[in-house]
Design a protein around this ligand. Structure first.
Ligand SMILES: Nc1ncnc2c1ncn2[C@@H]1O[C@H](COP(=O)(O)OP(=O)(O)OP(=O)(O)O)[C@@H](O)[C@H]1O
Ligand SMILES: [Mg+2]
Length: 312
């Protein structure tokens, strides 16, 4: 599928300090393509530049340099914003409105008639799991998780082709997280492209097809999540699982193989080797001891290891 988001050399300096003389480069020459129809994870530690990127794409602030296109149109094209949705990091709305009134307000902005607005409001508040009894309360009486849900519903009111979600799971309880996770997955099923920033690694593993990791405003890693996780520092460690042997009985022979390491398991052993050519030697030793092969698998780096390596 074609690129739905194309970011070219995007740079953002914030001017701070006395007389705005100090500059912070929050985003540094970011170039990134995001293909359509997927859930794209935008990762990075606190202050890495995720929110800065998303706000710049949403045209809430101007870039210092660079450009970006969404759905093939420059982000400066106002019409483009009818086809995209955005849920900010800390959704903050005029808080004397209720969720229903807020949805109605956004529905009007997009030009929907009364019937369509009522239908969309009910449909979306159902989808984000905002309880019926809370819908007519003023937003200032909402909990963080309730506001987060309204923020998500609001981001979807125009049936967007691309949605930008800045930490959509923050503030949600475990049940809420699962509901929102399912909602996000269902967006992908409908062909919507989701660009989301998050810190929650289990959500990334459960949802994202591709990811980008930012570090100090620069792109540190980018690609298919599975592929990134299997690139373990270039070395291709393999895990050989065997059964029917007592680990200690073969330990000496296994550890004689260069780089091999062994852990005993209740019914055998897991043996890590660095070179595919050593599989035969491991098998030979195992069979001699009366054991058998169960599996050979590349050792995957955990997402946590990848995250720590790329963000520190
Ligand atoms: N309005 C602002 N004025 C000055 N500096 C800012 C402003 N907004 C962000 N920054 C700085 O820009 C950098 C990037 O911030 P940003 O909010 O984009 O990070 P983030 O990746 O979203 O972090 P988090 O995970 O904590 O949400 C940080 O150093 C931050 O202090
Ligand atoms: Mg942020």
């Amino acid at each position: 599928m074609d690129n739905v988001i194309e970011i070219r050399g995007l740079t953002k300096d914030y001017e701070t300090g006395f007389l705005f003389k100090k500059k912070i480069r929050a985003l540094d020459d970011l170039t990134l393509n995001v293909k359509g129809g997927q859930i794209f994870g935008f990762l990075g530690g606190n202050g890495a530049g995720k929110t800065t990127t998303i706000k710049t794409l949403m045209r809430l602030q101007f870039p210092t340099a660079g450009s970006a296109k969404i759905l093939g149109r420059d982000i400066g094209d106002i019409d483009l914003h009818r086809s995209i949705g955005y849920c900010p990091e800390n959704p903050y709305f005029y808080d004397y409105l209720s969720a229903v009134e807020l949805m109605d307000y956004f529905g009007r902005l997009f030009g929907y008639d009364q019937a369509a607005r009522t239908q969309k409001t009910t449909e979306l508040l159902d989808a984000v799991g905002l309880e019926e009894k809370d819908r007519k309360k003023q937003l200032r009486k909402y909990s963080k998780g309730m506001l987060q849900r309204v923020g998500l519903a609001q981001a979807l009111i125009n049936g967007p082709e691309v949605v930008f979600l800045d930490e959509p799971m923050s503030g949600l309880d475990p049940v809420g997280r699962r509901e929102i996770r399912e909602l996000i997955a269902s967006l992908r099923d409908k062909g919507v492209t989701v660009f989301m920033s998050t810190h929650i690694l289990s959500d990334i593993e459960a949802l994202c097809d591709e990811v980008a990791i930012l570090r100090n405003g620069k792109l540190a890693a980018n690609g298919n999540l599975g592929e990134l996780l299997s690139q373990n520092e270039g070395s291709r460690t393999l895990e050989v699982r065997v059964q029917g042997v007592v680990a200690d009985a073969i330990r000496d022979k296994i550890e004689f193989i260069a780089g091999a390491a062994m852990k005993s398991t209740p019914d055998g052993a897991n043996i890590n080797i660095l070179d595919e050519a050593d599989i035969d030697a491991v098998l030979h030793v195992t069979r001699e001891a009366g054991g058998r092969l169960i599996s050979v698998q590349p050792v995957k780096q955990s997402l946590e290891e990848l995250f720590v390596k790329e963000t520190e």
